[in-house]
Design a protein around this ligand. Structure first.
Ligand SMILES: [Fe+2]
Ligand SMILES: [Fe+2]
Length: 153
């Protein structure tokens, strides 16, 4: 996905929010992130949810978008997911394996029950943002552009 696949609403603040989210995804995909950097990104995503969704919903209300309630529900899904990713971050699932973890892992391996490592918060964030960019921004957001251009003064 690149900038050209983002829908263009013609409202600079909204388009700029979408580009910003794509940049956050690129950074998470390509750069090593410390635990502190991940927490900072998580805070930015919460801020994105507060600010961007408020902007978008205000515009959709102003142009009487018929799917507004459904659209707001989707924004709620993003908020819930970000909250649960925050819990995973606070639990420190990216911390390095300590002695106890190692003993438990080795014991499980000896018993023939190798543990499948859970995805790290960074990987979970990347997976969620990819899905959000494709399904919501390039899907649900793209769907309102035609209505907005006809009905938003
Ligand atoms: Fe959006
Ligand atoms: Fe949206």
């Amino acid at each position: 996905m690149n900038d050209n696949t983002l829908p263009l609403t013609g409202i600079e603040s909204i388009d700029s929010d979408h580009r910003g989210l794509l940049e956050t995804l690129r950074r998470l995909q390509t750069e090593h992130c410390s635990q502190d950097e991940l927490r900072h990104t998580w805070q930015q995503l919460r801020q994105y949810a507060d600010e961007h969704f408020a902007r978008e919903e205000q515009v959709l209300l102003a142009c009487a978008y018929p799917q507004l309630e459904y659209h707001k529900t989707m924004h709620g899904v993003f908020r819930d997911k970000i909250d649960s990713l925050g819990i995973a971050l606070l639990e420190g699932k990216d911390r390095p394996e300590n002695e106890t973890d190692r003993m438990i892992r080795e014991a499980k391996e000896e018993l023939g029950k190798p543990q499948v490592a859970p995805a790290s918060p960074r990987v979970m964030m990347v997976a969620f943002l990819v899905q959000w960019l494709f399904q919501h921004i390039n899907g649900h957001d793209r769907e309102y552009v035609g209505h907005l251009k006809k009905n938003y003064a």
